[in-house]
Ligand binder design. Sequence first.
Ligand code: GDP
Ligand code: ZN
Ligand code: ZN
Length: 592
Amino acid sequence: MPACCSWNDVCQYETNKVTRIQSMNYGTLKWFLHVIVFFYVSFALVTDKLYQRKEPVISSVHTKVKGVAEVKEIVENGVRKVVGGIFDTADYTFPLQGNSFFVMTNFLKTEGQVQGLCPEYPTRRTLCSSDRNCRKGWMDPQSRGIQTGRCVVYRGSQKTCEVSAWCPTEAVEEAPRPALLASAENFTVLIKNNIDFPGHKYNTRNILPGLNISCTFHKTQDPQCPIFRLGDIFRQTGDNFSDVAVQGGIMGIEIYWDCNLDRWFHHCRPRYSFRRLDDKNVNESLYPGYNFRYAKYYKENNVEKRTLIKVFGIRFDILVFGTGGKFALIQLIVYIGSSLSYFGLATVFIDFLINTYSSDCCRSCIYPCCSTYCKPNEYYYRKKYESVVEPKRTLKYVSFVDEPHILMVDMQLKGKSLQDAKGQEIPRPPLDFTDLSRLPVSFLDPFPSPGDAEELQLLHKEAAARPKESPGWCQCGRCLPSRLSESRRCLEELCCRRKPGACITTSLLFDKVVLSKPTLQFLLRYQEPLLALDEEATNSRLRRYAYRYYIAWRFGSQDLADFAILPSCCRWRIRKAFPKSGAQYGGFRSPY
Ligand code: GDP
Ligand code: ZN
Ligand code: ZN
């Protein structure tokens, strides 16, 4: 982000530069992916109504259970008794908190309990043989009262610890089977459910005026009827009412409101479904079913008594959920905005293909079909990616005449000559023929053929300039020892060749391309037409131009220019052509 120092910096717009690849395959693939994404986005928009603002439902529930059951037999104080009893709503329903109601299906009664001392009901835990087995004041969460410390007769020869409790103590009994109120499956429940979407200012209820109130809910035939037969609810979840009735259970009645509040597709009716919420596998669970105790208190001869009832039954939890949605332009815009990113899928996928098929591993693939994939992709890759190396002080590029690649050396030389430094081979940038137009004008002059007078004269000159002794690392015989300080010397210990052979400075092109004084002078004037320099300054400028020319010629890319190192022979040849008085040359300095 540019610093905001002037209006010009603010009034800028940055855009990406892209590479357009003209390819039948990738073009088709792009459109194919775009079409898939378009259809998916449109499909999701319509089916999930993503153009709507949604709001969760707020609701209130009211239930009414109806039905009468006859009970012919009850279990009282552990003994079965034949009775003729009718149970109506007040007997078998209990008020519960929240959106729940309870229907009793089975019970155990302990009648006529008064506060006093009596033996515990005999179980493995309460049986005793003498007072020593009982402990005064002791009780545990399972016991019915507080032990008095005495062991007394319960019945016959059975002795149990005496407790201070409601007497007689409750018998430990299994729930009667079949359930005493198994006919409760014919009971019906009417559910009234009012809902509200305050954000959309809309409210409604499940019972609309004109609804036939004598109906019974049926999943397919009457799915809107708010009256449910309890047995039917269990059938829907695959359970048997009379089985569940023995131990009790918990059943969920789900009311789902998926409301479309748009005027043109208005729909807001509930959907009922059922779900067993307690442990279905009675045998495996620790405390199966659903039960609790309650007591009816009364006074007899001024003594407070109670009837304790252990109630088994089914708790119905009514769960109301759902959303109401209405068209909102903001939601639509947000959705369109977020789905636009999916259109980037084509780019990600095709870029992935280009990267994969231009990798080294594709190139090393032995099947002939690979090359048909890899070659074009390598080309696209080159056009698309521009690699940038971190500009470090230690980075140097070296180019030998007798090697096809350029060497990237990224390390401290530590006294070792650059000629011997190890590095990474990087391909020489491909020759751009349009660059040739930028070459010195004289280069385009016809070449003298070998044996031409000019050529001969040149070689003569070169032979005369040949130093008597070249340093050990030199392979061309034309390098000179560096005159830099000890620490920087190794940087200039570089020859134009890796192996012994002719020096590049003896090439006719070297004189034509690098040392052509008229061209370099022309460039200097071209750049600064009215520049007035003395000879020393002119030479310094020309020397730098010549370095650049050599680098452009041998390294091919301007990107490498800042880090490319000239061989000693070329450096001295250029310095000889454009000398500095005193010959104290500063040498290469990394700009970073
Ligand atoms: P100077 O005129 O006393 O500084 O001595 P030189 O002729 O050695 O250097 C002139 C300029 O060319 C300096 O800015 C150097 O950084 C640069 N230069 C010298 N040698 C090289 C080289 O091998 N490669 C690159 N890229 N630049 C160089
Ligand atoms: Zn050399
Ligand atoms: Zn050389």
